[in-house]
Design a protein around this ligand. Sequence first.
Ligand code: BES
Ligand code: MN
Ligand code: ZN
Length: 493
Amino acid sequence: MEFSIKNGNPEKQLSDCLIIGVFEGGKLSASAQLLDDAAGNAISTVVKSGDMSGKIASILLMHQLPNIVAKRVLLVGLGKVSELNTKEYLKVVRAAVKAIPSVAKDVGFYLTELAPAMTVHEKTAQIAEIFSDATYQVNALKSKKPEAVALKKVAVFVEKSEEAEAKSALTQGLAIGEGVKMAKDLGNLPGNICTPTYLDKQAKQLAKDYGFKVEVLDQAQIEELGMGAFLGVAQGSDEPMRLIVLQHKKGKKDQKPVALVGKGITFDSGGISLKGGSEMDEMKYDMCGAASVLGTFKTIGELDLPINAVGIIPTCDNMPSGKALKPGDIVTSMSGQTIEVLNTDAEGRLVLCDALTYAEKFDPSTVVDVATLTGACVVALGQHASAVYSNKDAIAAELIAAGEFAHDRAWHMPLWEDYQQQLDSNFADMANIGGRAAGSITAACFLSRFAKKYDWAHLDIAGTAWKSGKDKGGTGRPVPLLSTFLIKRALNK
Ligand code: BES
Ligand code: MN
Ligand code: ZN
């Protein structure tokens, strides 16, 4: 799909479908008014007849209006004038995009003039992302392929003075949309296809497409590094493990990189501490941290961001077998710290701790790890916010602000010393679980012990990375948050 930023009156636009707004009570948006004047009140007549109430997200499609060049005009209800804030605005845009007739090849979007509380950047970027989202087709492994989307061109109309801002927002929004799509695709693929080897290939393809440096370590090289915790998780599976390292070096030479570390468990059965059967299929999504790192690299590559970034992905399956880790086993991490594995289902922290130690070698300015780490996080925050933990409040604040800006929200959780004692072990330096209470927090506490040498944040995305139920599928989160975080860092340097 091709997007453009344009400027010009709606009555003169050649288009398969123009999208305009009508408020509850019948007031027309400025563009709708222009069309109505040109078309001899055709729109206001329909509104008066009651066919379009203007109720929020209601829809009416009109054809062949007199004196209007466009073939169709899609009226979208905007609700009450006083109530059109950000949330309502996005609801309106989603409804409009969903209602675009499937035959339309090009559309003209005239809703950016609304919602004055939002910046032009915010509106444009969100429009780009909503379009990518609405036209997303799951790479479904169904024998009958879905029909191709007819829509090819989207013109977003803004005021002349807003054009520059809208153009840069569009570039960013589209690049984020690409990253989100990649993360969704990887998440949605089943565990028998999306294996560590598959992620390895994807990373190499990305590197080729965007000129990243890529290095992928196999089991022998991982043994060489002494990653006993990561190796422990992988040893139960026949699927070969990988440690994927991507580097984008487009910042100043002396600028320390930001490292993104993504949990890449391509299937989490729980291991010997086997999970229950219900919804176990969803554990194919346990590599969504890795997918979001790859997706964010795609965005960085698309934008060719002037920044130094490293992506580190420890990836393997967590399976039960005669060779698998057993509860009570003690492993030695790359850092030298020993870990008593009381529950083999707490495997994410075991693969991440070694990746966090490995990150030290890049002398990073900041390390952000991303993981579908705990069911407890879903209990705490549900599907609306990712959890943020950090050893530096300013970084948590920076990530949360990026998430707000990108409409991919996160919430600051405590990482107080008080919780650390829950990880005490009689036999090793620490246990890998901290009991039922505060499960997402104790998991973060565990990771913090391996992230002492740099500024670090941890995102628990267990609730946000995918949706369950009828609309089951990857969300691509937190690619918008991470990308925005890096964009802001790149621009502020
Ligand atoms: N991948 C899971 C976390 C998860 C569970 C994410 C459900 C989304 C939905 C993780 O590896 C795990 O199994 N965590 C355990 C930890 C526990 C054994 C301390 C959990 O949350 O139950
Ligand atoms: Mn697990
Ligand atoms: Zn897991």
